[in-house]
Ligand binder design. Structure first.
Ligand code: SAH
Ligand code: F3S
Length: 434
């Protein structure tokens, strides 16, 4: 009987991608995937450390794994908590077998060869993992393709530069190869991924430098690919060649995640995000001139050290001004290895919670308004599959809204859908028969 592996992924899209590569690798070693912990011979938690809550979740999941697993099953953590905790993870959970950082999970087979040892590798050697892992056999309809790893921005609250390392862009030809492979094996949509995705910059041995705009053009040439997007972008790296793509390339979706984090200049300075608000607004204006129907989403942090009531109101004001859709908002969480964790003027939890509730209710209201403005419009949407009841199909609009459609046999993977109804969370629609 084949040996089995269990993998649970927490956190960002990059982790989802890493999880898929780990699964593909274990399959080449003859393992089958299982959803039952008690069946598994190897158990992997693919972890996120971006906020304290995320790290705590991992350690409580590890408690569950220890109780449910077969006595001789190997278990361990990969990803950002592995990198953050390092060897201290073995002290906390002595029977843990492996701890592998986000750039070294391709070393996992070493534990299969030597199951009686402890395997620790949290090096940030860069791109080796991309070369050593097998390609996925079949691509999902939405293919996430990492183009760069790590981040040089060093926002003072963020643990990512510590856990994923300095920024490295993958060779242009490797990304193009992966994009073609995805297109030939089932992808309809390409999402280029990176912690600082629009900072992508690769200089080939020939001396030619490639940017994200070049990758978008390559992906757009593929007839199988109907939609292209990328995440997550740093505001001041939104270069003119990239903005131009929104004008030139219809396959590029009119939707962009470009986190602002805060609307208060002094908070942005202390976050080490040294851009003027006016510059950010100019970039949004340029994007709108390139693509009048573009919508922007953001990540927000409330309760950053020193954030006054007035500073928080500036965040509310910018959210209203830009009318962000599909945004994420978080309470500031102090993280190890970050400068903001050492700042003296930390904000009490109760104030953070109050501000988050206020911001969330504003963001929900803006989202509801946008969703309602879509009623009557026809949008080309991508099918994600049936809902839990099986009576409906769930589609994604070009703005990543969820759109629910009755499940009748004529429905296609890509379909023009006329929006008939909307609330703050989702849309309803009907497939337009051609
Ligand atoms: N550019 C990256 C961002 C990684 S972190 C990417 O998307 O790949 C994702 C989001 O988490 C950030 O944009 C920020 O809003 C939030 N975040 C990061 N560190 C945080 C912290 N210490 N507390 C609260 N939120 C945080
Ligand atoms: Fe983190 Fe700021 Fe980079 S949020 S991933 S350090 S752009």
């Amino acid at each position: 009987m084949a040996r089995k592996f269990f993998i649970q992924t927490f956190g960002c899209q990059m982790n989802v991608y890493d999880g898929q590569r780990i699964a593909a690798m274990l399959k080449t070693y003859g393992f089958e995937q299982t959803d039952a912990l008690s069946d598994a011979d190897i158990i992997i938690l693919n972890t996120c450390a971006v906020r304290e809550k995320a790290t705590n979740k991992v350690f409580s999941a590890l408690g569950r794994v220890r109780r449910a697993k077969k006595p001789d099953a190997l278990f361990g953590i990969v990803g950002c908590v592995a990198r953050e905790a390092g060897s201290s993870a073995f002290k906390r959970i002595p029977d843990l077998n492996f701890v592998l950082g986000p750039q070294s999970y391709h070393k996992l087979p070493e534990i299969l060869k030597n199951p009686d040892t402890k395997l620790l590798n949290i090096d940030l050697t860069g791109l080796e993992k991309f070369d050593e892992l097998p390609q996925m056999e079949k691509s999902p309809a939405v293919a996430y393709i990492p183009i760069q790893e790590g981040c040089n921005h060093c926002c003072t609250y963020c643990i990512v530069p510590y856990t994923r390392g300095r920024e490295v862009s993958r060779p242009f030809e490797d990304v193009v190869r992966d994009t073609i492979h995805a297109a030939k094996t089932g992808a309809i949509e390409i999402c280029f991924l990176g912690q600082n995705v629009n900072g992508y910059k690769y200089t080939a041995p020939s001396g030619k430098t490639y940017r994200l705009s070049d990758l978008i053009q390559e992906a757009a040439k593929l007839s199988e690919i109907q939609r292209i997007r990328f995440t997550s972008s740093y505001p001041t790296e939104m270069t003119d060649d990239l903005i131009e793509m929104f004008k030139k390339e219809p396959k590029l979706l009119p939707f962009l995640n470009m986190p602002i984090q805060s609307g208060a200049p002094n908070v942005l300075t202390r976050m080490n995000r040294p851009y003027e608000l006016n510059l950010y607004i100019d970039i949004v204006d340029k994007l709108k001139s390139a693509r009048p129907d573009i919508q922007i989403s953001s990540d927000f942090i409330v309760g950053f050290p020193g954030e006054t009531e007035e500073a928080f109101e500036q965040t509310m004001a910018i959210a209203k001004k830009i009318k962000y859709i599909n945004s994420y908002s978080f309470k500031y969480s102090p993280r190890p290895h970050t400068a903001a964790a050492l700042m003296k003027d930390q904000i009490p939890e109760s104030i953070k919670a109050e501000r988050l509730a206020k911001l969330d209710s504003l963001l929900n209201e803006i989202q509801r308004e946008f969703n309602e403005s879509c009623i009557g419009k026809t949008m080309l949407c991508l099918c994600e599959g049936p809902d839990k009841t099986g009576k409906h199909l769930v589609y994604r609009t070009p703005y990543m809204q969820q759109c629910i459609v009755n499940n009748d046999s004529t429905n296609e993977q890509m379909a023009n859908i006329v929006i008939t109804d909307a609330n703050k969370a989702s849309l309803r629609g009907k497939v337009v028969k051609s």
